[in-house]
Design a protein around this ligand. Structure first.
Ligand SMILES: Cc1cc2nc3c(=O)[nH]c(=O)nc-3n(C[C@H](O)[C@H](O)[C@H](O)COP(=O)(O)O)c2cc1C
Length: 179
């Protein structure tokens, strides 16, 4: 089977960490995996069985390189099975079901993913610039999260990621009618 291409879009590293963990899960299920920063995607996609996008949300939308990628490669990836993991802090209150960020991305680019998940990311105040810290403190204040600027909390639910990985392997390992 051709490798699964995992494309990640990450600013502070958590979406990349999630992508790496997903790669491990998939390789444990005997799937070949290629991990790639979405800023430097492959030049062609003939050699992949599926694309899994793991994308962080920042300032109300997925990182801009996600839109750049989807705008630049729509034809080439049109027929390749797609799964999307959206990483944000608002997802910490959900159960993995698509949130507004994910729904908006799907409708904006007319995507038809076979699996989606809204995963919680990481709150890491010490890492942020002063301005970003104020912004996140405000969001946390509004949504009842920690506002202590020394706080660092990983909200990612790794069990949810394992279930997502299972969905992917089940989908990709199903024999097609002519097999
Ligand atoms: C400046 C900044 C803006 C953010 N904006 C949002 C947002 O609008 N909505 C949200 O749910 N999470 C937001 N987050 C939280 C990130 O999605 C979360 O920290 C995620 O783990 C980031 O992934 P990354 O580490 O791969 O960049 C923001 C984080 C930062 C630092």
């Amino acid at each position: 089977m051709k490798p699964v291409l995992i494309l990640y879009a990450s600013y502070d590293g958590q979406a990349q960490r999630i992508a790496r963990t997903l790669a491990l899960y998939l390789s444990h299920h005997a799937l070949a995996v290629e991990l790639c920063d979405i800023k430097q995607p492959p030049s062609q996609y003939d050699n992949c069985s599926a694309i899994i996008m793991v994308a962080a949300v920042r300032y109300g939308r997925h990182l801009p390189e996600v839109a750049t990628f989807l705008r630049s490669a729509p034809r080439q990836i049109q027929h390749i099975p797609l799964a999307i993991a959206s990483v944000s802090l608002s997802a910490r209150k959900g159960n993995g079901a698509p949130n507004n960020y994910l729904r908006k991305l799907i409708s904006q680019f007319n995507l038809t993913p076979f699996a989606v998940i809204a995963l919680a990311g990481k709150l890491d105040y010490p890492r942020y610039s002063w301005l970003d810290r104020q912004m996140i403190r405000f969001i946390m204040y509004l949504s009842g999260g920690p506002s202590d600027g020394r706080c660092s909390v990983e909200y990612t639910d790794w069990q949810q990621l394992a279930v997502f990985a299972q969905k992917i392997t089940t989908h990709l390992c199903l024999p097609t009618p002519d097999e």
